[in-house]
Design a protein around this ligand. Structure first.
Ligand code: FES
Ligand code: FE2
Length: 344
């Protein structure tokens, strides 16, 4: 008599290897999803400063000349490859630390350190970039085909608390994005009670995003209610805005794709600016504290899972419909790597 058959199928079910279908990883075949990625905090690049950062498996330089608008370029100098992120800003141009070639706001070399005429081909790759919600963002792709949306409250009326969440995560950004349509995880990992039965039909999908309204009770009803619109944009950021603790709030987590399988999370937490009175200053400080605690508790819940998983959808249930649809979007997301020849 063998026991194994009974152990294998106590109720006639067969043990079969799940057919898991991985999503193409960032960097696979040298390609990355065409999304807006945060690349640094605004406060890290004051006027007249240049900094270097990893991005898309290469390196970029971000600088802010006197007009106050940050620019994002490939970092390696076309001369012999010094890192322009270690350079400085001179007369509104980035000056390479090695031989002092200078690059203008379009990334063209305008002068060399010793007066040789700049070679015609001496240029940097210039990323499409914007500054929003306390981050500098760069788009991977030849032309941005979608925009980072605004909040219903104008940006200049919002007080933001902006910083990094450390350490970085050993996953691609879309893996953490996939948490938002993953309702099983919202309920059990983050202890949110909400009615998901009809929610799928209420999701607003575009070719690059998904958003829905959620009325959740935190800590299985022990915590405060959260009435918010939450969503994912592209493969690179989560956004929430709505009512929490009696006031309008916003929360955005942006995922900097430093290299395949390496994501740095940034957060930007907002509430309406203070009217300048001490009471209203206290309201803003309290809102930031509550939002920070909420964001921190969510990331703390997720970390042990996100640091160890091998993401590939396999056996799913009907509650996973929204997740499946988002993963299908990621699977088919346009991918490219225009800057590859410059940033590596
Ligand atoms: S390496 Fe930049 S000027 Fe020579
Ligand atoms: Fe999560």
């Amino acid at each position: 008599m063998t026991m194994s058959a009974a152990i294998e199928s106590p109720s006639g079910r067969k043990r079969v290897r799940p057919k898991r279908k991985p999503i193409p990883a960032e960097g696979e075949n040298g390609l990355f999803t065409e999304s807006w990625f945060p690349v640094c905090l605004s406060k890290e690049v004051p006027k007249g400063k240049v900094i270097g950062r990893p991005f898309l498996d290469g390196r970029i330089a971000i600088y802010r000349p006197d007009d106050g608008i940050p620019r994002v370029f490939s970092a390696y100098c076309p001369h012999v490859g010094a890192d322009l992120g270690a350079g400085k800003v001179v007369d509104g141009r980035i000056q390479c630390p090695f031989h002092h070639w200078e690059f203008n706001t379009d990334g063209w070399c305008e002068k060399t350190g010793i007066g040789d005429p700049p070679p015609k081909t001496a240029c940097l790759y210039k990323f499409h970039s914007v500054e929003k919600f306390g981050f500098v963002w760069a788009f991977n792709g030849a032309e941005p085909w979608w925009e980072i949306p605004d909040y219903p409250v104008p940006e200049d009326e919002i007080a933001f608390l902006v910083d990094y969440d450390v350490p970085s995560m050993p996953i691609d950004p879309w893996v953490t994005c996939a948490n938002t349509p993953d309702w099983q995880h919202l309920k059990v990992v983050h202890r949110m009670d909400f009615d998901h039965e009809k929610l799928f039909d209420e999701i607003e999908w575009t070719d690059h995003s998904m958003e829905y309204d959620i009325a959740a009770k935190l800590e299985h009803g022990e915590g405060p209610p959260l009435n918010a619109r939450i969503g994912i944009f592209g493969t690179s950021f989560f956004r929430l805005h709505g009512e929490f603790a009696g006031q309008w709030i916003s929360a955005l987590t942006g995922f900097h794709l430093q290299a395949p399988g390496r994501t740095q999370v940034y957060y930007s937490l907002g509430t309406r600016k203070s009217d300048g009175t001490p009471e209203d200053d206290a309201r803003v400080a309290m809102a930031h504290t509550l939002l920070f605690q909420l964001a921190k508790s969510i990331v703390t819940d997720d970390r042990p899972i996100l640091h160890t998983l091998k993401y590939a959808p396999g056996v799913m249930t009907p509650t996973d419909r929204a997740l499946n649809k988002y993963l299908a979007m990621v699977r088919d997301f346009p991918r490219s790597h225009e800057s590859a020849d410059f940033i590596k």
